[in-house]
Design a protein around this ligand. Structure first.
Ligand code: NDP
Length: 307
């Protein structure tokens, strides 16, 4: 069997993975990075990124990830296409299977597999994605400055994003499918106090309307089945994220939602030599710049371990 031996494996190609790769490559660790099934990660489905320091005039998300990749390659990162299908972390070196056929042995692993936003799953949401439909208000809210928008969800993410939007947009309709918010009490209070946030209870999204960009949303009250339309320019989905951690189940410590647990202030998981960075271990901040920062931490932790 073809079993390649490598020093450091990085799984995932978002800002966390590529930053880890830049640091690890410069430290002479010859990292191998597998890009996964969405090379570049969540930023490749964003339009313009204006809040990443250093890009004075903003940058398109996909271009930013090409820049990250090229920087990682410049120092010798071996960037590969492929999806890690299983890992065995029970003993060192760690055993890794890629695309169900290739086998590797790695002395250390950095996990930066990210999280995926959950979507409603209606056709208009996919058709208008990036054209008014977004899963990140902090990333895209600014484009709807002074306009009316809607946000779906009633958890802490939706509450936080609705508050963010309330400072930029004119009116925010919060579409909540039940008659209560799941968000923490303090967030609920803040939402209810905001004059430009209107919560529509028992409300589901029937269809997002618009040809080339979002123009309105047709909503349905699930108690009365009554349908109506709201004129909006931006439609935000904030119904949760799923961390991409299924291959680590029963091997690494996770919280109840499946996010990897790290020792606070480090990137260390419960297994020595295995580090986690980016959204796979962060359900609170979830920004490109925080992911990149944690990628740097993971590379430094791995470097110390391998030394
Ligand atoms: P949650 O799972 O807490 O909330 C999801 C929300 O989306 C719920 O209101 C849920 O409704 C709704 N929802 C789910 N599916 C659908 C659907 N198909 N259609 C319409 N609505 C839907 O996810 P969050 O991302 O908000 O939070 C995840 C975790 O992260 C939580 O533990 C949260 O506390 C934490 N968090 C903490 C933050 C902080 O501390 N600053 C910031 C953000 C998140 P229903 O209630 O009916 O199921």
């Amino acid at each position: 069997m073809n079993k390649e031996k490598i020093k450091l494996l990085i799984i995932g190609s978002g800002p966390a993975g590529y930053t880890a790769a830049i640091y690890a490559a410069r430290a002479g660790l010859n990292p191998v990075l597998y890009q996964g099934d969405q090379p570049g990660g969540q930023l490749t489905i964003t339009t313009e990124v204006e809040n990443y320091p250093g890009y004075v005039n903003g940058v398109e998300g996909p271009q930013m990830m090409i820049d990250f990749k090229n920087q990682a390659k410049r120092f010798g990162t071996d960037v590969r296409t492929g999806y890690v299908t299983s890992v065995d972390l029970s003993k060192k070196p760690f055993k890794v299977e890629v695309d169900k056929k290739k086998h590797l042995e790695a002395e250390a692993i950095i996990i930066s597999t990210g999280a995926s936003a959950k979507w409603l799953g209606i056709p208009s949401e996919e058709r208008l994605n990036g054209k008014g439909v977004s899963a990140c208000a902090v990333c895209d809210g600014f484009f709807y400055k002074g306009q009316d928008v809607a946000i779906v969800g009633g958890g802490d993410t939706a509450a936080e994003e609705a508050l963010f939007l309330s400072r930029i947009c004119t009116k925010i309709y919060m579409l909540v499918r039940s008659n209560k918010l799941r968000a923490s009490k303090i967030m609920q209070k803040r939402i209810l106090e905001k004059e430009n946030i209107e919560i529509l209870w028992n409300t589901e999204t029937d269809e997002i309307l618009g040809k080339d960009e979002v123009e309105a949303v047709r909503i349905k009250n699930n108690k009365t089945n009554e349908k109506s339309e709201l004129s909006i320019k931006g439609f935000f989905v904030a119904i949760g994220h799923s961390p991409n951690t299924s291959i680590f189940k029963d091997q690494l410590d996770m919280d109840e939602a499946g996010y990897l647990k790290v020792i606070s202030g480090t990137s260390k998981t419960n297994i020595k030599g295995v580090y986690a960075c980016g959204d796979v271990q962060d359900k609170v901040y979830r920004q490109a710049v925080t992911a990149a920062g944690s990628g740097c931490m993971a590379a430094l932790d791995a470097e110390r371990f391998l030394a």
